[in-house]
Design a binder for this molecule. Structure first.
Ligand code: MTE
Length: 321
């Protein structure tokens, strides 16, 4: 007899924490952290101590609330975790939820390679654990013009990079997803060249907004959202947010990126959210926030211009799209 044990990301609608309660919890978390801070040495709070890393879909602890918050209602967890792009698990938005549900992510190694002093094969927890685990609420804008507001949990990519000691030759950072057509059945079809690859310029990777995410809504990442480790770059289109990362390489030259390889006139290396530069087949001026009926105007750099516009000064953004 087959007994199906529900995973935590398969919770029914009635079980999912309403966003209001989630917000109260976050305030509680904030107050709680402040209270504990009175009694403990400050340094302890800046890193999280897990005996063992929580399993996929389990609650994370020791999360620090940050000021990254656009002040818009969060997209409900059941939308963030059921409407996904993850071609390794199918090309339909509803496919990854089912096709990835048994995706095995333990143990998970990440290879660090290229121009740095600390190359090697790391347990992913060891890359993450030394750094403060933060909750950051970011706008999440897909190139297909839908958007969400997501409470990501993760660490600053810059902190991780500094510890790996890139050399002066490191001008870019390249990322790679797992290549395993058995565990990722979508890779049996050549809809993209596998593995999925992405890249950032070094200054983009070091920008304080850029995150290596390990969770959302207080829990570890559900498989369909990129467990156990994904990139989040909130001023860029969602396809830069490569999921289930197994390799990070410091390179001297601009690395290839999956969607640019697939259609170079449609998807650039930079992929900055830009309402003034249309996709060749559709406008990028507006977006539909998942859950809302009317479209609204898309913001330059997805609303993060104050933090990132300086990275692109003197660049023609229609050419370097
Ligand atoms: N990463 C991998 N490995 N494979 C993918 O197909 N899709 C990208 C990105 N990362 C993708 C990926 C696209 S197009 C988007 S919009 C975001 O993941 C979607 O992230 P979400 O499902 O968490 O909303």
């Amino acid at each position: 007899m087959h007994i199906k044990i529900r995973k935590s990301w398969e919770l029914g609608e009635q079980d999912v924490t309403p966003e209001k309660i989630f917000k109260q919890r976050r305030n509680f978390l904030k107050t709680g952290v402040a209270a504990i801070a009175g009694g403990l040495a400050g340094g302890l709070l800046s890193s999280h101590a897990f005996a063992a890393w929580p399993k996929a879909g389990d609650m994370l602890s020791g999360i620090t609330k940050t000021d990254f918050d656009p002040g818009i209602d969060l997209t409900p967890f059941d939308k963030v975790s059921t409407y996904n792009n993850f071609y390794e698990f199918g090309t339909g938005k509803d496919e990854p939820l089912y096709a990835a549900k048994d995706f095995q992510t333990e143990p998970w190694k990440v290879e660090i390679a290229g121009a740095c002093a600390k190359p090697g094969h790391y347990d992913f927890e060891d890359l993450i654990k030394p750094h403060p685990l933060e909750e950051r609420i970011y706008r999440h804008r897909c190139v297909e013009t839908w958007s969400m507001v997501v409470p990501w949990i993760g660490v600053s990519l810059a902190d991780v990079i500094k510890r790996l000691e890139p050399t002066s030759k490191a001008k870019y950072v390249a990322f790679e997803t797992l290549l395993d057509p058995v565990r990722m059945p979508g890779q049996r079809r050549q809809v993209l060249q596998w593995p999925y690859v992405e890249g950032l310029r070094m200054d983009e990777a070091m920008n304080p907004l850029t995150m290596l995410s390990v969770g959302l809504y207080g829990r570890t990442l559900p498989p369909q959202n990129g467990a156990p480790l994904r990139l989040v770059v909130p001023w860029k289109y969602g396809f830069k947010g490569i999921k289930s990362i197994v390799k990070i390489t410091f390179t001297e030259n601009e690395p290839p990126t999956s969607w640019n390889r697939s259609a170079r006139h449609e998807y650039g290396f930079y992929a900055n959210v830009n309402p003034e530069v249309s996709h060749p087949r559709w406008s990028q001026a507006k977006e539909r926030l998942i859950g809302e009926f009317f479209k609204k105007k898309t913001l330059m750099f997805n609303g993060y211009g104050d933090e990132v516009a300086g990275l692109y000064k003197n660049m023609d953004l229609a050419k370097f799209f």
